[in-house]
Write a protein that binds this ligand. Structure first.
Ligand code: NAD
Ligand code: UGA
Length: 461
């Protein structure tokens, strides 16, 4: 099928950047990104300095292609119907109720997309799963499309996204691989070719891998699990380093120089965050249990358990360094990693929760995340724990968010580093002696301030 019009459902961290890059690299294709959240669509159509997603290099691309062959729209039905290929890039969070709650992926948004497509499509379409999905989801999507459709033909492809936030544009420009899973049938192979032709505009053919649908769906979950497993492995060893006098950065370097292991994803941290690692591993664990593979499920669950252990270990490091009457802790960083405006599942949220629970005043600064978002993150967490309105109000009063780092540092007993923002490395740390409280401690959850390690108030992981 010759693709002239693409519709992408979901204008989030994946839909926005991926479609911007497709529009840039394929000027002959019209790409429309739709979303049920009209505020988000308005923001995508607004000032490029305030796009809903911050990614280095993204605003420049949007300026070039928006209105040329990239459009953001709330006209979902119209956009679906005029497109030959439809990407589903909607969120797939962990289920919060019903069977599999707390583990399985919530497919309600994906199913809603399928129902919508089935309702409005009046000619044949290729449907592309861009969201991360449990293996065999394509089967369920097919069932909805065929049962509720208007007799038109749908071909379903799996094309998971591997971009990481903060480097999304460079990841999309130079993907390690593009994965396309499709049916072995003639029409399935033709659909694969249509998508392959799009990526071939900028991705070398040898990096485009075609598989069956189930391999593609599972490879995405497995990739995230393997990446997170490396972080939990190194974080688990950081605890042993603390007991033995070994240095985790030196150990990490020594391990990573073995070319069979490699250096990436071996940086010890306060614990991995982000919207996907935890939810995708839990989803994998659920699938393993579903298929009766309890040992395999336990193995992967341990990656999440070590991540929780690491966050708790960091919290106890803060508590241990506070005298009983000292109660001001400054958290530098709220984003789950540098170069993103995303704080989903950030370790900072858990640390703030644990501190506030101990009646400690938490003073927060992040160069990119606004105070409204930080308070919303905390309220969402406490609502999910079933806390009353009055309790949430009391807890919120223990938190202050600052626009300027010196205000957050002022009168602090502990300065804890939660995100590895460059600006934290470049601060003139010697100035803080006069601003923070006497005998204040620096607790570095990212090991980025090792140049301070000769100071007796500095603690790394
Ligand atoms: P997101 O929450 O940023 O965006 C999803 C968007 O879909 C939201 O704006 C929501 O309003 C919209 N939406 C939901 N249901 C809809 C519907 N029925 N009709 C129209 N719009 C609808 O999510 P995201 O971070 O972009 O992630 C999307 C998927 O991609 C997830 O499955 C995630 O696991 C996967 N993924 C994410 C990343 C990442 O870096 N964030 C990377 C790779 C894969
Ligand atoms: C991750 C994967 O890297 C992407 O390939 C994948 O597409 C994406 O999840 C997804 O499916 O959502 P992302 O979460 O954006 O990308 O960012 P990462 O760079 O993987 O970092 C995740 C977390 O791990 C961050 O909190 C980061 O600080 C932490 N991390 C990362 C470490 O603690 N140590 C490391 O060595 C690397």
């Amino acid at each position: 099928m010759n693709i002239k019009n693409i519709c992408c459902i979901g204008a989030g961290y994946v839909g926005g950047p991926t479609m911007a890059v497709i529009a840039l690299k394929c000027p002959e294709i019209n790409v429309t990104v739709v979303d049920s959240n009209s505020d988000k669509i308005n923001a995508w159509n607004g000032d490029t300095n305030c796009l809903p997603v911050f990614e280095p290099g993204l605003s420049e691309i949007i300026e070039e292609v928006r209105g040329r062959n990239l459009f953001f729209s709330s006209e979902i039905d119209e956009s679906i119907n005029k497109s030959e290929m439809i990407f589903m890039a909607v969120n797939t969070p962990t289920k919060t109720d019903g069977e599999g709650a707390g583990m399985a992926a919530d497919l309600r948004y994906v199913k809603a997309c399928a129902k919508n497509i089935a309702k409005v499509a009046t000619d044949d379409k290729i449907i592309v799963e861009k969201s991360t999905l449990p293996v065999r989801t394509a089967e369920k999507i097919k069932e909805i499309l065929n049962n509720e459709g208007n007799g038109v033909k749908f071909e379903i492809l799996s094309n998971p996204e591997f971009l990481a936030e903060g480097t999304a544009i460079q990841d999309l420009f130079k993907s390690d691989r593009v994965l396309i899973g499709g049916d072995k049938s003639k029409s399935g192979q033709a659909a694969i070719k249509s998508l392959l032709d799009i990526y071939s505009n900028w991705i070398p053919k040898e990096k485009i891998l075609t598989t069956n649908v189930w391999s593609s769906e599972l490879s995405k979950l497995a990739s995230n699990a393997m990446l997170a497993q490396r972080i939990s492995s190194i974080n688990s060893l950081s605890a042993l380093c603390e007991k033995t006098g070994a240095d985790i950065d030196e150990v990490s370097r020594a391990i990573g120089m073995d070319h069979r292991i490699g250096p990436n994803f071996l940086k010890a941290s306060v614990g991995f965050g982000g919207s996907c690692f935890k939810k995708d591993i839990l989803n994998l664990v659920y699938l393993c249990k579903y298929y009766g593979l309890d040992e395999v499920a336990d193995y992967w669950l341990q990656v999440v358990k070590i991540n929780n252990f690491q966050k708790n270990r960091f919290f106890h490091k803060i508590i241990k360094s506070l005298d009983s009457e000292r109660k001001n802790v400054c958290l530098l960083g709220w984003a789950f990693k540098k170069k993103t405006n995303d704080s989903r599942e950030s370790a900072a949220i858990n640390i703030a929760d644990l501190l506030v629970d101990k009646d400690i005043n938490v003073k927060i600064y992040d160069p990119m995340i606004k105070s409204e978002k930080i308070f919303l993150d905390m309220k969402n967490l406490w609502n999910s724990k079933g806390f009353s309105k009055s309790k949430i109000k009391r807890l919120i009063n223990k938190i202050t968010v600052y626009d300027f780092h010196l205000d957050a540092i002022k009168d602090s007993d502990v300065i804890a580093i939660l995100t590895e923002w460059e600006e934290f490395i470049n601060y003139e740390w010697s100035r803080f002696e006069k601003i923070a409280n006497k005998n204040y401690k620096i607790i570095d959850g990212r090991n980025i301030l090792k140049h301070l390690q000769l100071q007796n108030n500095y603690y790394s992981l």
